[in-house]
Design a binder for this molecule. Sequence first.
Ligand code: ZN
Length: 132
Amino acid sequence: MPRKRRFGISLNEDLAEKLDAICSVIGVSRSSFIQDAIEFGIKAHLHYTVEHYCEGVMIAIWPSSEKNIQEVGEKLEKYKDIIVFNTHLHSKDNCILIASLKGSSNVIANLHTDLKKMEKVNVMYVPFSIME
Ligand SMILES: [Zn+2]
């Protein structure tokens, strides 16, 4: 078993409550849940640290509005060279963008950063390969 390093972290109260509720429902310790969540985040974001040819899926979810739809349209045009295909769905009052991407990991990272600039957007990149 790999050596573990112990350190304290501070979370917003509402996030801590959600963490406790999830851990209670799925029956894992906070440490175990946080280990998995950080591992997932690091695996995805490691692709942004070293430039390489990368393939994956980016998912963005944001509250529907005319302004946001126009903004996303502009971003899709700007990054069209790395977008293999994309689809736009709706669920309740949210827009969901699912884009299959191929290209420079730096450009994919720029798209991620650009999408994150929108109001109340959640962005997730799921690369098709694992970097160690
Ligand atoms: Zn990659």
